[in-house]
Design a protein around this ligand. Structure first.
Ligand code: TYR
Length: 837
């Protein structure tokens, strides 16, 4: 929600010295996420004045038509003489009032204006478009034509309210009340301890029997409908500048007076409104569910086929609006340009629709509007009649209409929501002693009625439909008292240690990859299923078996990932597309595999802790979720410079990344030639570990297949690595802590073993490790040697350095040799290794 500070000040008497940033800080501390404060016109400098076009001369012989104009700017130019200005726009005529910027002025963006020669004439300034003034889109491409009554020579910076500050607030889904200036003003008033001038406090005439007839057939979808009518609007009436400017500042486009007024009131009070051309509505207005297959053409010109759940507004012939989402074309207000057929009489709707129903309709028709966004998040039902009244008042004032005496109000009565809460509940939740008095005062500040002593009976205000239970009230007290005032105490971990083994490994891997020059790029876990074709996976690849979401965020990505590559490669492509070509990214995260059989999820109790069996049943119903680590690389791995020529990333870098990860997991990684869909067949390594005595492929690394690069639009020679971190960890050293540091010296013993070529190094190493026993501190393969003459056909020699050390004594040579012999003996037994003489 965009909130101009000038508008906010209308309802709260903020000290004049308060800046947008000050208000931002206050609101953030009250829990509203004010993302930015936009400074409008901060670099703008006059003279910028209202002028009247006196003459227009068309200059011939140029590529595009050009006009040479004289403009009366009053005494603003010091002489009172007409200002001579060259202008390329054509949407104005002699007599029109326009905005003129004079030499010496500076426009937004630091664009300074001086007299200059152009098209063979001298232009003493410029006639401005709204774009040039940084006003945003006004729907026209040309220059601004001001209302005829605007005074010549007047300062346009002030007239157009060009200098302002606009707070941009990311309103959370529960705070629909803050999608209005009224709501934000209320929060501001509370934050500053100032009174609020509530714009919804208006005198509204009582409903009577001669209002426009309305019939609600679906009270569950619509519990309130106010209808008012205004007649005799002047067809030529346009929205005044102040109204247009406010709409622009909140991000809406001025359209026509009646529409602008309904939008303005929606922004002011948070109540969506709709204006129907009364001359086009046939008979009574109704609210009902649509008939399956019924159609309506909405205001955006799209014909929509309705679903039996959609709520519609109807007249005698059928739907005239998609309730709470968008009006229908058949009753649309005619634009003021079209004076003949222009709308003179309107019916105004201010209704309250069911949030879930509107949300579903908006989603179903992929039609999210300012109105639907508000209804989905909760609109104050009590504001409807005030909003209708405000609309009527503005139409009378600005369009010279007459408010008809008829007032229709159809209301399904409902009791206000009441919550019972112990007065010390917020204290318990926050671990702070606020005390009853503070709790009551804070709840009253947000508009609650509070009764009772130890047990409070709280009636929540109509504009806060999000307050449902005791914890919601606790949250209100806590946020207004300030989250920053909560003492921070670390929760006590059960084991007395900070992080779990898993968390520590996760961190170590992240740090090690960052140390190797990779940047972390976390992605959403959602993927499209086409991506598996693009990655070149076989039809029966297990990675194609996905968990599909019942309610995906985006229809394009309805599945949970089984690999980190789609997300990372997408990030790589986007960065590459924006001009960053040397990229090394990594991600650590869960992937999801459906269970072979789909067990039925257990029931989750809400009133007590689930038992161990219940937890186990729930776990079993979840997909399997191993942790993966992946990297992607493209462009230069090392930059060129005085230090060297630089070097492009290649497949060996991807393999090295796997080694970095394996080292952190304490796993011995075997890297051998592999073949797997996404990778280039000649440049693919298979990553293998030995766990529980069996070899296990835990991932792949190398350069991606050219077909994959093409399908995904990736740069040439993109490399990637993906490995199952849980698999690595299982194969790893399972002592999570670093071994104690011994101050006694190390004893090194080298052994060279001859084995059959296919015997993997990892198996030999595992046997050595086990055979060597406790004294072994480390083991490293330092040589692999093949020579048929010396070793025999089909044999290879693996040379290892074994490091022995004891924590409490210096080892004797005999002790170290005995441990080495035991290691060799087990390797001989397990792998047929023979000690090389
Ligand atoms: N007036 C707005 C529109 O036509 C929003 C709106 C739509 C308000 C439908 C209410 C309604 O029932 O888009």
């Amino acid at each position: 929600m965009r909130v101009p500070l000038s508008w906010l000040r209308e309802y709260v008497d903020l000290p004049a010295t308060e800046t947008g940033r000050d208000v931002q800080a206050k609101l953030i501390s009250a829990g509203l996420e004010v993302e930015t404060v936009e400074q409008l016109g901060h670099d703008l400098k006059g003279p910028l004045v209202v002028g009247q076009v006196l003459t227009i001369e068309e200059l011939e012989g140029f590529k595009k038509p050009i006009r040479f104009c004289t403009v009366d700017v009053g005494r603003a130019n010091g002489t009172g003489e007409p200002q001579e200005i060259v202008c390329g726009a054509r949407n104005f005529a002699v007599g029109d009032k326009v905005v003129v910027v004079l030499p010496g002025a500076t426009l937004p963006g630091g664009f300074s204006i001086s007299a200059r020669k152009t098209y063979g004439r001298t232009s003493h300034g410029m006639i401005c478009s709204s774009d040039e003034l940084g006003m945003g889109d006004d729907g026209t491409k040309g220059i601004i034509v001001l209302p005829p009554e605007t005074e010549v020579g007047r300062d346009a910076i002030e007239l157009l309210e060009l200098v302002d500050e606009v707070l941009d607030i990311a309103v959370t889904a529960n705070r629909g009340d803050c999608l209005s200036i009224r709501g934000v003003a209320r929060e501001t008033a509370i934050a500053y301890g100032l009174p609020l001038r509530d714009p919804a406090l208006l005198d509204v005439p009582a409903p009577n029997a001669f209002g426009y007839p309305v019939k609600i057939s679906e009270p569950l979808g619509c519990d309130r409908f106010t209808a008012r009518t205004v007649s005799g609007l002047r067809p030529e009436a346009r929205s005044p500048i102040w109204l247009q400017r406010r709409l622009q500042k909140v991000g809406m486009r001025p359209i026509s007076l009646a529409v602008d007024v309904t939008n303005y009131v929606m922004m002011e009070l948070g109540q969506p409104l709709h204006a129907y051309d009364r001359g086009l509505v046939q008979g009574a207005i109704g609210v009902r569910r649509a008939e399956e297959g019924e159609t309506i053409v909405t205001l955006d010109g799209v014909e929509r086929t309705l679903h039996a759940e959609d709520l519609v507004i109807t007249d005698d012939r059928g739907p005239i609006g998609l309730a709470g989402v968008m009006g229908g074309a058949n009753t649309e207000i005619a634009d003021h340009d079209d004076v003949e057929g222009a709308t003179t009489d309107v019916v105004i709707e201010a209704a309250h629709f069911d949030a879930v129903s509107i949300a579903r309709t908006a989603r179903r028709h992929k039609l999210s509007s300012e109105a639907s966004r508000r209804f989905e998040r909760g609109v104050d039902p009590q504001a409807a009649s005030a909003a209708a009244q405000r609309t009527v008042d503005l139409l009378v004032l600005l369009a010279g209409g007459t408010a008809d005496a008829g007032v229709t109000e159809v209301i399904a009565p409902s009791a206000p929501h009441t919550i019972t809460v112990p007065a010390d509940h917020p204290d318990k939740v926050a671990g702070v002693t606020y005390g009853r008095e503070t709790v009551v005062r804070r709840l009253q500040e947000i508009g609650c009625d509070v009764y009772g002593q130890d047990e409070l009976i709280v009636t929540v205000p109509s504009w806060r439909p999000d307050l449902l239970e005791a914890n919601d009230l606790a949250e209100e007290v806590i946020r207004l008292e300030g989250y920053e005032n909560l003492p921070s105490t670390l929760p006590k971990p059960p084991s007395g240690r900070g992080l779990t083994h898993r968390q520590r490994l996760h961190r170590r891997v992240g740090r090690a990859l960052a140390g190797a020059g990779y940047v972390e790029a976390p992605n959403y876990p959602f993927v499209s299923e086409q991506v598996f074709d693009q990655l070149g996976l076989d039809a029966d690849d297990p990675a194609r078996r996905v968990v599909r979401l019942v309610n995906p965020l985006s229809d394009e990505e309805p599945a949970l990932r089984t690999s980190l590559l789609p997300g990372l490669l997408g990030a790589l492509r986007r960065n590459d597309g924006r001009g960053s070509h040397d990229l090394a990214l990594f991600e650590t995260g869960l992937v999801f595999h459906p269970r072979a059989e789909r067990p039925v999820a257990g029931h989750v109790p809400v009133d007590r802790r689930p038992t161990d069996e219940e937890i186990a049943a729930l776990d079993a119903a979840l997909p399997e979720q191993p942790r993966h680590v992946a990297v992607v690389l493209a462009g230069a791995r090392e930059q060129a410079g005085w230090w060297g020529k630089g070097r492009p990333a290649d497949w060996a870098d991807a393999v090295e990344a796997a080694r970095v990860v394996a080292r952190e997991a304490g796993a011995d990684l075997v890297v051998r030639k592999g073949r797997y869909g996404p990778w280039h067949p000649g440049r693919c390594a298979e990553l293998v570990v030995v766990a529980d005595g069996a070899e296990q492929v835990v991932g792949h690394a190398g350069e991606l297949h050219p077909r994959v690069l093409k399908a995904l639009g990736l740069p040439e020679r993109t490399c990637a690595m993906e490995v199952n971190l849980d698999g690595l960890e299982r194969a790893g050293d399972d002592t999570p802590q670093a071994p104690g540091i011994s101050t006694f010296p190390v004893a090194t013993q080298d052994v060279a073993l001859v084995v059959d070529k296919p015997v993997p190094h990892a198996e030999v190493e595992a046997a050595l490790r086990e055979g060597a026993g406790e004294l072994l501190e480390g083991i490293r393969l330092f040589d692999v040697y093949e020579n048929a003459e010396q070793l025999g056909d089909g044999k290879k020699s693996l040379a290892y350095a074994l490091r022995f050390r004891a924590g409490d004594r210096t080892l004797t040579v005999d002790e170290a040799s005995a441990a080495r012999d035991a290691a060799v003996a087990l390797a001989a037994e397990r792998t047929g290794a023979v000690l090389r003489g």
